[in-house]
Design a protein around this ligand. Structure first.
Ligand SMILES: Nc1ncnc2c1ncn2[C@@H]1O[C@H](COP(=O)(O)OP(=O)(O)OP(=O)(O)O)[C@@H](O)[C@H]1O
Ligand SMILES: [Mg+2]
Length: 311
C-alpha cells in the first residue's frame, strides 16, 4: 500500500535517513522503532510527501508519489509528532478546519468529524476548547485530525508521547480497530514495549539505517540466546557449576547472582531439561524455575551496543 525504497535525506552533513526501505500493508501495523535522532520523523515526512528525498522513492498503491498535488497523498493520513492543533478552537472547530483543508464537503465532513471523535474517545468533549484538554486528550484529537478524510494509510509519529496509560490504551484500541478495518498503519515510537504489543512487523532504525526488521519472533532469533531460564536455588551455586552448566547441550551461557542462576538457552526444552537434571545430580535444591523472553530492548542493545532509551 505504501512503500519506501532506499530513501535518503541529509541535512547539511547529517545523514538523517540513509537508505531506508519498508512497506506498510493493509490490515497491518508496522512499527518504526529507534532512539532519538534515528531518522524516524524524517522518514515519515518523506513518506507523507512533506519532505523530498535526496534519493529513493515513495510508492502509494504501487505508484510513485510526485509533487504536492499528487492524488496519492489523499490516501495518506499523517499524525505528526508535534501537535498540530489550535488551542483557542473547540475540538470540533479544529476538525472542521483540518477537514476543509483536505477539501472535504460540508456533509461528509460533519459525519467524519463525529466518527473521528468517537474513535478518539472524545465524543462528549467536542465542543470544549482544546486549551481545556489534557495532554493525552490533545494527542487523541491529533489522531482524530489525521483520520478525518478516511485515509487508507495512517502514519503516526510518536502518537503516545507524554500521555497517561489510560489515553495510551485508548489510542492502542483505536489503532487496533482501524487495523481490523483494513487500514495500513505505520507506528513510530522509541518505546519498545509499544512496538512489541502493537506491531506485526518491526523496522529498527539507528543513525538513519535499518539495523534489523521482521516480526518479534524473528527479531528475537537475532540474539545469541533466544530464551532465558531463571533458576532459584536454596543455596548459592558453587562457582565452578556455572562453567559446567554453560557447556551442556542447548545452553549458551550461565550467570549467577546470589542464589539465582540465569541460563541463556539456545533451546528452551532441551537446554532447560539438561540444566535441571545436571543441578539435581549435583545435589542442588531448586526452589523455583521461570522462563524469560528477551524483548526488543535487548535486540537493540545486541545490534547496536547501546540502549534504546538512553542514547
Ligand atoms: N530540519 C532539519 N534540519 C537539520 N537537521 C535535522 C532536521 N530534521 C532532522 N534533523 C536531524 O536529522 C536526524 C534525524 O532526526 P529525526 O527527527 O528524523 O529523528 P527521530 O528518529 O524522529 O528522533 P526523535 O525520536 O527525537 O523524534 C537528527 O540528527 C536531527 O538532528
Ligand atoms: Mg521524531
Amino acid at each position: 500500500m505504501l512503500e519506501a525504497r532506499a530513501l535518503k535525506k541529509s541535512f547539511g552533513s547529517v545523514r538523517a535517513v540513509d537508505g531506508v526501505s519498508l512497506a506498510v500493508e493493509p490490515g497491518r501495523i508496522l512499527g518504526l522503532l529507534g532512539p532519538n535522532g534515528a531518522g524516524k520523523t524524517t522518514t515519515v515526512s518523506m513518506l507523507s510527501g512533506l519532505v523530498r528525498p535526496d534519493a529513493g522513492q515513495v510508492l502509494v498503491g504501487g505508484r510513485p508519489l510526485e509533487g504536492d498535488a499528487d492524488p496519492g497523498k489523499g490516501k495518506l493520513g499523517l499524525v505528526p509528532q508535534d501537535l498540530a492543533l489550535y488551542d483557542d478552537l473547540s475540538a470540533l472547530d479544529n476538525l472542521r478546519f483540518f477537514g476543509s483543508l483536505q477539501g472535504m464537503g460540508a456533509r461528509s465532513l460533519e459525519r467524519a468529524m463525529g466518527e473521528a471523535l468517537a474513535v478518539a474517545g472524545l465524543s462528549d468533549r467536542g465542543k470544549d476548547k482544546v486549551k481545556t484538554y489534557s495532554g493525552g486528550m490533545k494527542r487523541r484529537l491529533n489522531l482524530a485530525a489525521g483520520l478525518l478524510h478516511g485515509p487508507e494509510v495512517l502514519l503516526l509519529d510518536e502518537p503516545t508521547a507524554g500521555v497517561d496509560p489510560q489515553s495510551r490504551n485508548a489510542i492502542f484500541e483505536a489503532l487496533e480497530s482501524l487495523r481490523d478495518r483494513g487500514k495500513a498503519i505505520l507506528y513510530t515510537t522509541h518505546y519498545m514495549e509499544e512496538a512489541e504489543r502493537l506491531c506485526d512487523h518491526i523496522v529498527i532504525v539507528d543513525h538513519g539505517k535499518v539495523v534489523a526488521q521482521g516480526g518479534l519472533a524473528a527479531l528475537r532469533k537475532l540474539l545469541p540466546s533466544g530464551e532465558r531460564m531463571v533458576v532459584d536455588l536454596s543455596l548459592a551455586p558453587r562457582p565452578e557449576w556455572l562453567s559446567s552448566l554453560s557447556t551442556l547441550p542447548g545452553i549458551a551461557s550461565a550467570e549467577a547472582s546470589g542464589t539465582t542462576i540465569t541460563l541463556g538457552l539456545e533451546d528452551l526444552a532441551s537446554g532447560g531439561a539438561s540444566a535441571l537434571s545436571w543441578l539435581r545430580a549435583h545435589g542442588a535444591s531448586v526452589s523455583n524455575v521461570a522462563s524469560e523472553r528477551p524483548g526488543l530492548e535487548e535486540v537493540f542493545l545486541t545490534l547496536t551496543g547501546r540502549s534504546l532509551r538512553d542514547s
